[in-house]
Design a protein around this ligand. Structure first.
Ligand code: FAD
Length: 425
């Protein structure tokens, strides 16, 4: 009998799950729960911050003028290219349109229950096995709840919605404005202001550059090596923040001080699974979810998977491999190792990272490791690897970005073969 699979979320990961599960109706029956009225997750831009029209926390961290920081050539799902007439670095509207096209092409809407929020997921015994009891509520009528049983659950709820804000001494005395990048929408709000941004990952760098067009002075505070490329004349870097002093002083660890109207945390997000009950035995520390074999499958309950938790990756291609891997574990075409072996694999992976000098909260950070990880998932389930050209373009663009942060998005890339690409002049 076909396995009933609950998919939580209709962002890129949930859509990918629905696409592969629904392709095998004799084996799987997916039900996708999406709390908003649309597919696309974080790519659904809204001017709103705080809560949405239903009183739920705004999910998306998209900003008005965002263009992708990866070229569309490496962003696409392996079985669904972007429209080739688009430039390489595209707007958030174009990514959303792509995800809507993917939804329609694979006829996924009939599997999605919109405006339906997953409240709880609980493992329960049923005859001689275990099933998942999933309770959902209508977003428009929250008292309207239903509970259904599933053979498996794929959690695809995204991880860029719940801001991580580090504690910094003196924050209570700062009389400027605090904001997290989750709530950043437009540079217009920063006209003539002095702004400090803390954190120089993709969003921190991108937003600092955007704001520099309207702000008076912009300081990007971070502890990474200095940015190599030329920065706008009103933007500079500073080391980490030591403390705040009333009324508006930000003091950096090198002793320098700056008077800021606005302080923006570009410090990332928490993983957040409020619907997983304690019986699910999922532990979430800052930047680390356990026990997930291959960053994906629960070692005690492998019918529970959490798709898309890795960072510094090409997300859509990796989601594709993760979904296919989870599916192969469900239908038995991939025989999982014993629980002890899976836990040893997690331990090895984590300690290898620590030994390489990474902090504990980088437990799911990939960067250069993503290629071998994707290949390993493919290999274990007997699939051909993703095209090498994706990796090569990703590296080429990274090099370009490091040296030319302000203008690298003007570049146009083309994949010319499984292992070849070129930058168009
Ligand atoms: P999401 O897109 O967050 O989708 C999760 C879905 O789950 C949402 O629709 C949400 O409403 C739903 N949901 C959550 N909880 C529940 C619940 N309890 N019940 C029902 N539904 C629920 N990636 C790139 O490839 N290129 C880029 O250039 C790029 N730029 C980015 C810029 C920003 C500012 C951000 C925040 C991310 C960017 N990303 C980029 C990464 C992006 O997050 C991924 O590409 C991808 O869209 C994540 O998809 P997801 O499905 O995991 O999560």
């Amino acid at each position: 009998m076909a396995r009933r699979v609950a998919v939580i979320g209709a962002g890129a990961a949930g859509l990918c799950a629905a696409r592969h599960l629904s392709a095998r109706p004799d084996q799987f029956v997916p039900t996708v729960y999406e709390q908003t009225g649309r597919v696309g997750g974080t790519w659904v831009y809204t001017d709103r911050v705080g809560t949405d029209e239903h009183g739920l926390p705004v999910h998306s961290s998209m900003y008005k003028n965002l263009r992708t920081n990866l070229p569309k050539e490496v962003m696409a799902f392996p079985d669904f290219p972007f429209d080739s007439s688009l430039p390489s670095f595209i707007t958030h509207q174009e990514v959303l349109r792509y995800l809507e096209d993917y939804t329609d092409h694979f006829q996924l809407r009939k599997h999605i229950q919109f405006l339906t929020k997953v409240d709880t997921v609980r493992p329960v015994p049923c005859a001689d096995q275990m099933v998942w009891e999933v309770t959902v509520s209508s977003v428009e009528e929250p008292e309207k709840k239903t509970t259904q049983q599933f053979d498996a659950v794929m959690v695809c709820n995204g991880h860029y919605s719940v801001p991580y804000i580090p504690a910094i001494p003196g924050a209570e005395s700062f009389q400027g404005r605090f904001i997290h990048s989750h709530e950043y929408r437009s540079p217009d709000d920063f006209e003539g202001k002095n702004v400090v941004l803390l954190g120089a990952a993709s969003s921190g760098q991108d937003i600092a550059l955007e704001i520099s067009a309207t702000a008076n002075q912009v300081v990007l505070s971070h502890e990474k090596p200095p940015i190599k490329s030329q920065l706008p004349s009103n933007m500079k870097e500073a080391p980490g923040v030591e403390r705040f002093k009333a009324p508006k002083t930000v003091r950096f660890t090198n002793g320098e001080e700056f008077e800021a109207d606005v302080f923006m945390y570009c410090t990332g997000y928490h993983y957040h699974f409020p619907f997983l009950t304690p019986e699910c035995e999922v532990s979430v520390q800052r930047g680390r979810i356990t026990p997930l074999y291959k960053h994906l499958l629960h070692t005690s309950f492998p019918t529970l998977s959490i798709v898309g938790i890795c960072c510094r990756i090409c997300p859509f291609p990796q989601f594709d491999r993760q979904v296919l891997f989870a599916q192969a574990a469900l239908d038995g075409s991939f025989a999982l190792p014993s629980r002890e072996e899976m836990e040893e694999d997690i331990r090895r992976d984590y300690h290898r990272r620590l030994d390489a000098g990474k902090p504990p909260h980088h437990a799911h950070e990939m960067g250069e490791e993503q290629w071998e990880y994707n290949n390993e998932l493919s290999r274990l389930i007997g699939l051909a690897p993703l095209p090498k050209a994706v990796e090569l373009v990703y590296r080429g663009v990274h090099h370009e970005r490091v040296n030319n942060l302000q203008w690298y998005k003007d570049g146009q890339y083309e994949i010319t073969g499984p292992e070849s690409w070129r930058k168009l002049e």
